[in-house]
Design a protein around this ligand. Sequence first.
Ligand SMILES: [Zn+2]
Ligand SMILES: [Zn+2]
Length: 346
Amino acid sequence: MTAIDAPNTTVQDHRRAASISALLAGYLLTAAYGVILVDRLCAAPQTLGLFGLSLHLGRLHIPALAATRVLLVIPAILTAELCLVGWRQSSLYRLTAGGDASSRTDLAYFVCVHLQAMGRLNELLTLGVALISGLWLHQALRNLTGLDLSIAAWPLAAQVGVFALIYSFCDYWSHRLDHTALFWPLHRYHHAATEFCVINSARVHPAIFTAVLINAAPIALIAVSPEAVIDAGLYFTALRFLIHSRLDADFGWLGRWLIQSPRRHRLHHIRDMSQPIAHYSLAPIWDRLFGTWREDPDHVVEIGVATPYRHGTWIGPDLWRDYCEFWRGIAAPAVRLLRRRRAGLA
Ligand SMILES: [Zn+2]
Ligand SMILES: [Zn+2]
């Protein structure tokens, strides 16, 4: 396992990397303690009296558990990457001392996501499509067909396995849709990054309509317990961060069949799109089944898109340009038809 570029480290770099690793390790220990506390609360839900109100902690434990576990994931991957590739090649270096305009976009976007700004924009720009609930769809399907495909009573590990399989299948097809001419102006924002950085994973246009296939369809098909959704979600969140890391790893046999690797995802982000694009899936088995697997990946490729992006901290103009381009693409057939009719009448 190596870094993407040849390392050029100094003693000062090693010291900086060691102190950042120590800070992250301290953070990880604290966060792990938080997870244990939340887990204990889950095991014994209780009611808290507050200003005459009765707050049932049992109802709070699911979002709290999800949040604390996700808080563990990003620092863990940043720490592992830093230890394996060194300071100068790490995402942390790109996000602090050695960043360019593209990594400033990654950081600005990541901050907006975690301030909940992108969630509200997502609901607004998708005209409410993002609000479609998988559970609501599941109930509607059950009422319509009389079939209840719920596996919530199965052992947790089995639920997570089945849910992960269905989720990765939906994610594969949602990603294939993203690369069609219609949805590409929105997905292009993710591909516009000129270099990988762990948090590049979160840089997804807030108007991404196809995300409904990932967020709602798996639960609509099979109902699982909230704990199973959290565990599978945690795995895929970690994997998405990992495949955008600066590790040049292909994960061997696992990477060829079950787990997407950073090297192959880098190939998916290739700037030269003259060849068919490969490696859409988070689980390579879907790429193999549907003909988008490519053997013998190149090690290093130039990533990005041909369309110019201004990048930088002010992310508004790029997001708006891509959103307008998407709607122009939707309206184009109607505009062409109108023009032909007008030309015919003239
Ligand atoms: Zn893509
Ligand atoms: Zn990506």
